[in-house]
Design a binder for this molecule. Structure first.
Ligand SMILES: Cc1cc2nc3c(=O)[nH]c(=O)nc-3n(C[C@H](O)[C@H](O)[C@H](O)COP(=O)(O)OP(=O)(O)OC[C@H]3O[C@@H](n4cnc5c(N)ncnc54)[C@H](O)[C@@H]3O)c2cc1C
Length: 597
């Protein structure tokens, strides 16, 4: 039989990623004022079309980067070659204002949700160019907060430009060989340049060290931590620097980009990664690079926090954005694939639709959870957040990043299996998004590392009380008519709130941070869905019954009960649980005796 003969499979058709999304338009309608929603919706619909056409075509031109270290004369050149697709996709993001919108603040605090909504529909078709955009955004924020006027004029203006010929991108160099989650053993040193002319950008320093992961290696500037204090001071001896990745720092628009060697930065090697293969992630040997101190010396870890807050939010939005595309594909496929001798479509098969419904409930919970934090980020940046909102944002940032990465990885695999064998094919995109998305479980902190950050946030401020007040307000705001039909889930949330408050009481069991973060995330996402359902019912939205059902299912069937049980189990664990974990993993034999044998 020739391929044209016999059964011809029907490819799925994906719709506009904005207008066909089951969660985003309704969410934006609730969180944005009517006039902003009107403008934003129009732009989102247009951009959704661009994602399906211009961006997808550009993705076809994206290939892994190449590093040419030496020329034919044996000279070190460190030429980093990125593909036309990679550069083209970055240019589209610049033109679309993904970094510019939050700083132009045309819609004040609503500019943040607007920018992240655009990223949300485009990230899965961006070949991970959202990664350098996230760092560019974070670095722009730090310069906006603590940069000198000259840095704002020459660098911030370019980081937030919409003109690709003039726009700069930025990287973030924190991770070194001794540690990424823990930077206290940072080996990179910074030495003040004595007698140098004062720079309008900040006190000039020379940087020397080895940075183990640099994803935005094709960037123009980078923020880096380097040691100005003694090694024994750990992270308290680190300062924050702006390093020009290539000199001169300021170049006329459209001029060729010099090599990083111009600032004594040697690309030691490109990383050979499991995913994100189009991203030029490299190891860098820095041998006396020119840099400018930002803020006060030895305050580096504190000063870099705004970058982490922004990149972690990007990571959370990115995780859910990848799931968005996988779920859109799985849902579209169910409308065309026939089973049972060709008599029944998957979309009419309850067992299959039940799987899709479970994924859709998770997806909606994550969208509302992540954008709940994005709204607070916008308000905080514009100085209009209440104290309660700022405190809650501190808790939410590590939680959205950890929970989204954790949940989306498995959910993307489930979407893949909804397509059967076709799901495993490279061409449809799911199989590429899974390894690309998995980096979100590691970069900017694993679940465990972020769960410890959440504990720190609860220890140092009244943030948990602020969260509890907010949670009670939402629960109490449920109108009687709705509360009657939602008795079960509302009661479950009230119990979970008590358990959560108890879990974070000091001293905390050493095994509790992770299950406590997961419980916090389940609780908050449920409350975000409840908030949305209440709004939908009270404003008579056409899909309000579905919104109520999604909340009910997520609170009762989405894993809140398991998260609650896991917290209780650890709280009631016997004192030797830590030791028995070690015995399960490493065996009971005395390690010294085993070594002698
Ligand atoms: C593709 C990719 C791109 C990257 N790009 C960049 C970049 O551009 N710039 C940059 O600075 N970094 C970058 N990174 C580095 C990344 O941020 C780090 O790998 C990450 O922070 C983890 O640090 P680590 O590799 O040292 O792992 P470790 O910190 O050694 O973690 C190993 C394990 O130990 C666990 N662990 C660590 N500390 C604790 C603790 N206190 N308690 C319990 N468990 C703990 C972790 O959960 C993890 O499971 C990138 C990484 C990847 C994979």
């Amino acid at each position: 039989m020739r391929v044209e003969e016999g059964f011809q499979p029907v490819p799925f058709v994906e719709g506009n990623p904005y207008t066909t999304d089951p969660a985003l338009p309704g969410l934006l309608k609730r969180i944005l004022p009517a006039h902003v929603f009107h403008d934003v919706s129009q732009d989102m619909e247009r951009f959704g079309g661009e994602v399906l056409t211009t961006m997808r075509n550009m993705c076809k031109l994206a290939t892994p980067p190449q590093l040419i270290q030496y020329d034919s004369w044996g000279r070190r050149v460190d030429e980093l070659r990125t593909s036309e697709g990679w550069r083209g996709l970055k240019d589209i993001f610049v033109r679309e204002g993904l970094v510019a919108i939050p700083y132009e603040r045309k819609y004040q605090e609503h500019s943040r949700p607007y920018a992240f909504a655009k990223l949300f529909i485009a990230a899965a078709d961006s070949e991970v160019t959202d990664c350098p955009m996230s760092m560019t955004d974070g670095v722009a924020r730090v310069i906006e907060l603590i940069g000198s006027p000259a840095l704002k004029q020459d660098v911030f203006r370019r980081l937030t430009s919409r003109d690709p010929t003039d726009a700069y991108t930025a990287g973030q160099w924190m991770t070194e060989r001794p540690g990424g989650s823990d930077v206290s053993r940072t080996e990179t040193t910074a030495t003040e340049v004595q007698g140098a002319d004062a720079s309008p950008y900040g006190a000039p320093y020379k940087i020397d060290g080895f940075k183990w992961f640099s994803s935005a290696t094709d960037s123009d500037v980078a923020l880096a931590l380097a040691r100005t204090g003694r090694p024994e001071d750990g992270s308290r001896g680190l300062s924050l620097f702006l390093i020009p990745v290539r000199l001169p720092l300021v170049r006329p628009p459209g001029s060729p980009r010099p090599s990083a060697l111009t600032n004594n930065i040697f690309i030691h090697r490109l990383k050979n990664k499991f995913g994100t293969k189009i991203v030029p992630t490299a190891e860098l040997s820095i041998q006396g690079a020119e840099a400018y101190l930002l803020g006060q010396p030895n305050q580096g870890v504190k000063l870099i926090t705004p970058v982490l807050n922004i990149t972690r939010t990007h990571s959370a939005v990115g995780s859910v954005a990848y799931l968005r595309k996988c779920l859109a594909i799985a849902t579209a496929h169910s409308k065309g694939r026939a089973i049972k001798g060709g008599k029944q479509l998957l979309k009419d098969t309850p067992l299959h639709v039940a799987e899709l419904a479970k994924l859709h409930v998770l997806y909606r919970a994550l969208v509302h959870f992540v954008f709940g934090a994005v709204v607070l980020l916008g308000k905080t940046e514009c100085g209009v957040a209440t104290e309660n909102e700022s405190l809650r944002l501190r808790l939410l940032t590590p939680a959205i990043k950890a929970f989204a990465a954790e949940k989306c990885a498995t959910a993307m695999e489930d979407c893949m299996s909804c397509l059967g064998g076709e799901g495993y094919m490279e061409e449809n995109g799911i199989s590429k998004l899974i390894p690309d998305g998995l980096v979100e479980k590691i970069w900017e902190g694993t679940v465990n590392v972020l769960s410890l950050d959440l504990v720190r946030a609860t220890e140092k401020s009244p943030a948990l009380s602020a969260f509890i007040t907010w949670a009670q307000d939402i629960l109490n705001s449920c109108p009687d008519s709705l509360a009657q039909s939602l008795g079960g889930p509302l009661a479950a949330l009230r119990i979970a709130l008590d358990v959560l408050a108890d879990a974070y009481k000091a001293p905390m069991h050493p095994l509790l941070p992770r299950p406590a973060l997961l419980l916090f995330a389940h609780m908050t996402s449920s409350l975000n869905l409840l908030e949305h359902a209440i709004w939908a019912v009270s404003t008579g939205q056409p899909d309000s019954a579905t919104d109520v059902e999604v909340f009910r299912r997520w609170a009762l069937e989405g894993g809140l009960d398991v998260a609650l049980e896991n917290v209780r189990r650890v709280k009631n664990a016997s004192a030797d649980r830590v030791q028995s974990d070690a015995k399960i993993v490493y065996g009971t034999a005395d390690p010294k005796v085993t070594a002698r044998l």
